[in-house]
Design a protein around this ligand. Structure first.
Ligand SMILES: Cc1cc2nc3c(=O)[nH]c(=O)nc-3n(C[C@H](O)[C@H](O)[C@H](O)COP(=O)(O)OP(=O)(O)OC[C@H]3O[C@@H](n4cnc5c(N)ncnc54)[C@H](O)[C@@H]3O)c2cc1C
Length: 415
């Protein structure tokens, strides 16, 4: 029986962890008969989750086999539901038991829904491709006349809430056209609600003028100091009793670590988002042989006290390095492990047809670009930079899996 490196999750961290491990084994001339890499994911796709706010979802589904096949990683369709770190075994929902020698947890995060009555039943989301497809099907079926028929409310003015809000005016116009109605701006209403005094202010003072301009241009009414008390199929009720009619209500209320993190011993260190704390080599310190990467993990990003953010920006390099380190650890080459660091942090927020805003630094104090210039960078990231090499090119996939931190995106021109 070969030894096994088992990866849970096929998102940005998991896919690149498997590829990072494959690259390290390839470089050490270790044949698959000696070490197998297996990746568990509930469906056969690598989801480009960051694109879930877009109207067209097909480009966001990359077949996992197109990447894993050429590098010899076995794909297992399933959902991990129990982890026995003593026996070194993971149980899937269908009761399959998978033994491991090294485990990489990369099950990501999930939308956190506040306990608002009706939100779970009537609120849509753009957290996953499944959620985004459900929203798209709902919008395709809009057309029944009535109050709030062409109104949409986004609950939560964080990055995801802003990105989807800036798309909705256009998407509701397209839905009206499909229903044979004129694209009448006055009939369409998009409301972004947040507890904070001003939705978007969390992006920092440098980005706020761009966000305000984008809201005006894309028809978003941002309302701060709003607390949703209840949601039903016809709209929301605010605390204080105000009722707002809207056929479409979308929750963008934050992310929490995958529930898989909570299956591990309670004594392990976690942060307020439920993420497992990992050491500089992305290892769960108290659990020999267990690594974690992406949204399920919290690592130091630099020596200044910054920690990784739930982001594709950090999930991909964490995955590559966790995979590399798990393979080195298994091969007894601890000296070849690579320490994770992500000193440069950038934020590029899509602002719909207005453009985007690009800031630099952990405090987002530096405005790098805005409008069309930032949008070009955002589109290059979303449609090219974060995709695995196409065409099943084994050498290119292994090269892209090198355990390095990718340089920050160029502001213009080349990738
Ligand atoms: C609309 C939206 C826009 C975003 N925009 C940006 C952005 O602009 N920039 C940025 O950096 N980040 C952005 N993010 C955040 C980014 O998508 C996440 O941080 C990133 O996807 C994390 O990668 P991951 O691999 O850790 O988790 P995920 O991408 O969530 O992948 C986890 C994988 O694990 C699988 N899985 C879950 N549980 C199990 C289980 N029990 N067993 C097996 N498999 C399991 C899931 O199905 C999934 O395939 C955005 C997120 C959203 C929703």
């Amino acid at each position: 029986m070969p030894q096994r490196i088992l990866v849970i999750g096929g998102g940005f961290a998991g896919l690149w962890a498997a590829a990072g491990a494959a690259r390290a084994l390839d470089a050490a001339d270790v044949p698959p008969e000696q070490v197998e890499i297996a990746l568990v994911n509930p469906d056969p796709f690598h989801a480009i989750r960051v694109r879930c706010y877009e109207a067209a979802l097909d480009p966001a589904r990359v077949p996992l086999d197109a990447v894993l096949g050429p590098i010899g990683v076995r794909r297992i369709e399933g959902m991990a539901s129990a982890i026995d770190t003593g026996r070194r075994a993971v149980t899937l929902r269908d009761r399959t038991v998978l033994a491991y020698d090294r485990l990489i947890l990369a099950a990501g995060s999930q939308l956190w829904r506040p306990p608002v009555p009706g939100l779970a039943e009537h609120g849509f989301d753009v957290d996953t491709l499944v959620g985004a497809a459900r929203l798209a099907a709902h919008m395709d079926a809009l057309g029944e006349p009535g109050e709030g028929a062409w109104s949409a409310i986004v609950i939560g003015g964080g990055l995801v809430g802003i990105e989807i809000a800036c798309e909705l005016r256009e998407r509701l116009g397209a839905a009206r056209a499909r229903a044979g109605l004129p694209d009448n701006a006055a009939a369409i209403r998009v409301l972004l609600l947040d507890h904070a005094a001003e939705p978007g202010a969390g992006m920092g003072a440098a980005a706020l003028p761009a966000i305000r301009a984008a809201f005006a241009a894309t028809g978003v009414t941002a309302r701060g100091g709003a607390r949703v008390a209840a949601v039903d199929e016809a709209g929301v009720m605010l605390e204080g009793g105000e009722r707002i009619a809207a056929r479409t209500v979308i929750a963008a209320t934050g992310m929490r670590a995958s529930p898989l993190a909570a299956l591990l011993p309670e004594s392990l260190a976690r942060d307020r988002l439920g993420r497992l704390k990992v050491d500089g080599f992305l290892q769960v310190a108290a659990l020999p042989g267990v690594f974690a990467a992406g949204d399920i993990a919290c690592a130091a990003a630099d020596d200044l006290g910054h920690e990784t953010v739930m982001s594709c920006q950090h999930a991909r390099p964490m995955g590559r390095i966790a995979g590399h380190n798990a393979a080195c650890d298994l091969l007894g080459r601890a000296g070849d492990r690579v320490r994770f660091a992500a000193p440069d942090y950038v934020t590029i927020l899509d602002l719909g047809s207005w453009g985007a805003v690009h800031t630099g630094g952990w405090d987002r104090a530096a405005l790098v670009a805005s409008g069309a210039e930032a949008k070009a960078v955002k589109q290059r990231i979303n449609a090219q930079r974060i995709y695995p090499p196409p065409g099943g090119d084994r050498a290119a996939i292994l090269e892209a899996a090198a355990p390095v931190i990718q340089a920050a995106p160029a502001t213009r021109g080349t990738r």
